[in-house]
Write a protein that binds this ligand. Structure first.
Ligand SMILES: [Zn+2]
Length: 132
């Protein structure tokens, strides 16, 4: 088990049970596979739908964070270079922290709007507006 997975388990244990337990949002475990010198993120489209985000927004984020280029092919995101699954999962979780969960109420019922060139994370649950 990698350090990251260790950390992830710990993090999950520390989340209080009563936070929105009726519809607690789970970030799906990201599956990757290697093809030559490329890393494929499987079911990327499904992840985009789960997050209710623009696929370009998420794919650009992952590419920037990993410092590589890539492209979407069918349901999958193809990245140039070899990346560990744990690393890719970490980036997806970072994305969710930054662009999905409301920092005020921690719900994922948010949308990203551009206002005057600034991206705003708007929460539909509590109405908070956070520049991202
Ligand atoms: Zn909120």
């Amino acid at each position: 088990m990698s350090d990251y997975e260790d950390l992830l388990e710990k993090g999950q244990e520390e989340v209080p049970e009563d936070i929105g337990s009726e519809n607690r949002f789970e970030i799906p475990e990201i599956k990757t596979r290697k093809e030559g010198s490329q890393t494929i993120i499987e079911e990327f489209k499904g992840l985009v739908e789960r997050f209710n985000r623009d696929e370009k927004h998420l794919s650009n984020y992952i590419q920037n964070e990993l410092g590589t280029a890539g492209h979407i092919e069918g349901d999958e995101l193809v990245l140039n270079g070899e990346f560990r699954r744990g690393k890719v999962n970490e980036k997806v979780h970072n994305y969710a922290d930054e662009y999905l969960f409301c920092p005020e109420c921690e719900r994922p019922d948010t949308e990203i709007r551009k206002e005057k060139g600034v991206e705003i994370l708007k929460c539909q649950a509590c109405g908070a507006r956070t520049p991202v």
